[in-house]
Design a protein around this ligand. Structure first.
Ligand code: C2O
Ligand code: CU
Ligand code: CU
Length: 535
């Protein structure tokens, strides 16, 4: 793939560009669908929130080694269940999450103003990432969300089959100072590795790069790997200037999706991970736009046992590199090996077709994510089951749909500011339309299996994501060849290379509105998102 200069790039048929209609910005409901909750009192009043942060003056970026590195991998802090019933006979997980301004120190002596999720409005954050929501199939979830940000927000439960009106859609925004309760039940078969993040209209990228994202684990009672020690690697991306501030997006961030100079795991830069005996790793790519092509520096193999929606049928052994696009998750088995050893966990260079305003895109390079120390356990290697769980093909489709991803760049208006301060000269489209929360783009019927043909007609990679369900990838058409997907798996995010066509089988089980979009958050905010109405 050749690198491109922005000036020779698209203009997509020379089409004139339209700015987004101002009406596309919803007012945001206060306290929508507030359900009665026991022990939590009545609907909270709207409270004052911190004023919008003034944009920090533009300052040079901090050096790549300005953050300390090499500390042991921090554990993720678990969101506590507020219920006192230790036996949890009620199978109810009740908790609170507040999104609020916080201060952290990454660079010695400098404060970094962030936005983070805390376990309630009066709590301070426990670390940088999370908190982790660790729950079980069959649990009922009740999470009170307090928005103490200076702008509307929502919590979206990425990958989980929650009812549409509980899924943090942009049209269900929680106003600054307001609160709501999200309620849903985790059905049988939903065990897997998920995450949560804000999903307000046009402000998702900004909220995530300020620090709002957290992991979710749903456990199954019959998990064949339940006894394996687990490591959790929640990847986020951070950009800091020399003063420790998180700078706003520039034009190239909007074009390509933002990447910071730091990749954090559970909030730490290049931590040390100890594999003292074989382990199960759950990995989240919660970066706004960064692709993680994971590999060990000594090319040692690992085993993949799961995808976004939980375990595979059988372990895939001998994996040397795994591409995790933004939004995706994986479960791996990492073996300690026969003798003490050491390797770096790397993100290998991956060219995703970035564009440039200045004429040249710097080449992608390999990056060290963590140092890993391997030490065999006294009992030797653990026996890995050859069969993990059954996954059946979704079966014959009753409907077909086509989803087309395109982009339009308008050089004349490249520097003009559009609604919400987003650049107006750049549009990322689905089926030739920019996201409008008031428009339904497609309709599906409940419980009907559909095959979606997703086409990327742009010159860069886009990770495609559908809300509320896990789908099965059928095949990839790329560079003139059709390659069937080599294994059955449940996914909610699939990457598309330039001019790639991916066919997926998908089904929605609940009526309501579902989003589908590119999971490069800047592209989502710029319109590469659409609404599926399920009837
Ligand atoms: Cu992480 Cu609309 O998704
Ligand atoms: Cu999602
Ligand atoms: Cu995209």
């Amino acid at each position: 793939m050749k690198r491109r200069n922005f000036l020779v790039q698209t203009l997509a048929g020379g089409a004139a560009l339209l700015a987004r209609p101002a009406a596309a910005q919803p007012a945001g409901h206060t306290m929508p669908s507030m359900a009665p909750m026991h022990g939590m009192g009545h609907a909270p009043a709207v409270v004052p929130v911190a004023p919008a942060l003034p944009p920090p003056p533009a300052a040079p970026l901090a050096a790549p080694d300005a953050l300390p590195s090499g500390a042991p991998l921090p554990d993720l802090f678990r969101l506590p269940n507020a219920l006192s019933d230790p036996a949890q006979t009620s199978r109810l997980f009740r908790a609170a999450l507040a999104a609020q301004p916080t201060t952290q120190t990454f660079i010695n002596g400098k404060d970094t103003a962030m936005w983070q999720y805390t376990a309630g409005v009066n709590e301070s954050p426990d670390g940088i990432a999370g908190p982790l929501i660790d729950v079980r199939e069959g649990d009922r979830i009740e999470i009170r969300f307090d928005n103490r940000l200076p702008e509307p927000s929502t919590i979206h439960w990425h990958g989980l089959p929650v009812p549409p009106d509980q899924d943090g859609n942009p049209e269900d925004a929680v106003a600054p100072g307001a609160a709501r309760i999200y309620q849903f039940k985790l059905p049988p078969g939903s065990a897997g590795t998920y995450w949560y993040h804000p999903h307000p209209h046009m402000q998702t990228a900004e909220q995530v790069y300020h620090g709002l994202a957290g992991p979710i684990i749903v456990r199954a009672a019959d998990d064949p790997l339940a006894a394996w020690p687990e490591k959790h690697l929640f990847f986020t991306d951070l950009r800091l200037d020399v003063n420790g501030n998180i700078p706003p997006n520039g034009l190239e961030d909007w074009m390509n999706g933002r990447e910071g100079q730091y990749v954090l795991i559970n909030g730490a830069l290049q931590p040390e991970i100890t594999v003292d005996g074989d382990q199960r790793w759950r990995i989240w790519n919660a970066c706004s736009a960064r692709y993680l092509k994971l590999a060990f520096s000594d090319h040692r193999a690992f085993t993949q046992v799961g995808t976004d929606g939980g375990l595979l049928k059988r372990p895939i052994t001998g994996v040397k590199a795994l591409l995790l696009p933004p939004g995706a998750r994986a479960e791996l088995i990492v073996q300690a090996g026969p003798a003490n050893s050491q390797a770096a966990l790397m993100a290998l260079a991956y060219n995703r077709g970035k564009m440039s305003m200045s004429g040249s895109v710097p080449a992608e390079t390999d990056r060290v994510l963590a140092q890993v120390k391997f030490a065999p356990a006294a009992g030797g290697a653990r026996a890995l089951p050859t069969w993990l769980r059954s996954i059946e093909p979704l079966g014959e489709p009753v409907a077909q749909k086509t989803v087309m991803m395109t982009e339009q760049m308008d050089m004349q208006n490249m520097h003009a500011e559009g609604p919400m301060g987003l650049p107006s000269g750049m549009r990322f489209l689905i089926n030739n339309q920019s996201f409008d929360p008031k428009r339904v783009n497609m309709t599906s019927r409940r419980d009907e299996v559909e095959v979606w043909t997703v086409q990327n007609f742009t010159d860069m990679d886009h990770p495609f994501h559908i809300h509320g369900t896990q789908f099965q990838v059928l095949d990839h058409q790329f560079e003139g060849k059709t390659v069937p997907e080599s294994f059955l798996a449940w996914r909610d995010t699939v990457n598309l290379r330039p001019n790639e066509v991916v066919r997926i089988a998908t089904v929605q089980r609940m009526a309501g509105l579902r989003m589908f979009h590119c999971h490069i958050l800047e592209h989502e905010d710029l319109g590469m998102m659409a609404v599926l109405q399920v009837e």
